[in-house]
Design a protein around this ligand. Structure first.
Ligand code: PLP
Ligand code: COI
Length: 341
């Protein structure tokens, strides 16, 4: 298979149209057989549920080329399960989990020429999503839906790759108590756009959102969960009902405990504690683990001891082990690696 002529090492996190996408439609109470198609555009009613009332949710995962030349995905069953819970919360019919896995594999295989080579620093980002496609004008779920999966080759989510980030405490909330923060609804990201544009204009890479009810606890950023390291090498990660249950974070907990022998605490993290941590990172499929060097709270700077030039030592070990597992250099726990070819 000849790869596309792409400058893999210099890819950012952007959309590059690839050859095939998977499409299935839901009508009269059932999903059709689905198929791979070439058309990258979507034609729907001007009154579609997704356009009027944001009835849509999505997933994000990656395909990797391993050291021995296989193409694999990482824990796609957890993306299938999370899409199911997102659909249930948004009154969207669930796309069966088994079919989700097949659709992801088929789409990746059909776009093999775009899967970045081992060692290139890039990966193939996979975006499954579902949206209400039929007309609704009174507030109600749509009657018809479309499920799609497309792929795009990507580089690092944050410009500068592994350079520590500067983030700020946001005055805006990304989720409501008892709202939709725990699912991957498009509406959560629309909510965060004003805050991220404002953060970028002011020179920050991301927003740290606090819990919407009391604004005393750390939640997450617009697109990643937090992971902290204490001065005595304990890994601490916020627990909250209004953050997305990150598959990367859940995997890193296992990596920290079982591969690195570290103690892990998954608990409420008060913002007041942050100044005492040794390291901070943002974790997610897109972010992988991106180190944070500085957190700014309304002009007051918290500078992590790990500094602004490199990842902290524990973050680096977590990063190396996780990416080692994903790229086939380190043996994975049972069931984590899904071989496509
Ligand atoms: N939090 C938010 C808001 C996200 O959008 C993402 C990305 O999917 C994550 C966390 C990380 O989740 P995962 O590790 O499953 O990609
Ligand atoms: C992902 O990490 O897959 C996400 O969906 C995050 C998004 C901000 C790109």
């Amino acid at each position: 298979m000849e790869k596309k002529n792409i400058d893999w090492a210099n890819l950012g996190f952007g959309y590059v149209q690839t050859d095939k996408r998977y499409v299935a439609n839901y009508k009269d109470g059932a999903w059709d057989d689905g198929a791979l198609i070439s058309d990258a555009t979507v034609a729907i009613s001007e009154c579609a549920g997704v356009l009027q009332y944001a009835q849509t949710c999505f997933e994000g995962l990656k395909a990797y080329t391993t050291e021995d030349g296989h193409i694999v995905t990482f824990r796609p069953d957890l993306n299938a399960a999370r899409l199911k819970s997102s659909c249930e919360r948004l009154e969207i019919p669930v796309f069966p989990e088994e079919r989700f896995l097949e659709a992801v594999s088929e789409t990746v295989a059909a776009n093999e020429a775009y899967v970045p080579p081992y060692g290139s620093g890039a990966t193939l980002y996979i975006r499954p999503f579902i949206f209400g496609s039929s007309a609704v004008i009174g507030v109600a779920p749509a009657a018809e839906y479309q499920f799609r999966v497309f792929t795009t080759p990507v580089g690092p989510y944050f410009k500068g790759g592994a350079k520590p980030l500067t983030i700020r405490v946001s005055d805006f909330d990304r989720a409501a108590p008892h709202g939709t923060g725990h699912i991957k609804a498009g509406l959560n990201y629309a909510m965060s756009l004003y805050a991220i544009v404002d953060a970028h204009q002011k020179g920050f890479d991301e927003n740290m959102y606090l819990d919407p009810a009391t604004r005393t606890k750390v939640e997450e950023t617009g697109g990643a969960n937090f992971l902290f390291v204490t001065k005595d090498n304990k890994v601490v990660t916020p627990k909250s009902d209004s953050i997305l249950p990150s598959i990367t974070r859940r995997s890193l907990i296992t990596v920290a405990r079982d591969y690195l022998g570290l103690e892990v605490e998954e608990r409420e993290v008060f913002f007041d504690e942050v100044k005492d941590f040794a390291e901070c990172g943002l974790c997610g499929t897109a972010a992988v683990i991106s180190p944070v060097g500085k957190i700014v709270d309304h002009g007051k700077e918290i500078c992590l001891p790990s500094g602004m030039t490199e990842m902290g030592p524990v973050t680096k070990k977590l990063y190396d082990t996780l990416t080692g597992i994903q790229m086939g250099r380190i043996e994975a726990p049972e069931g984590w690696i899904h071989v496509i070819k």
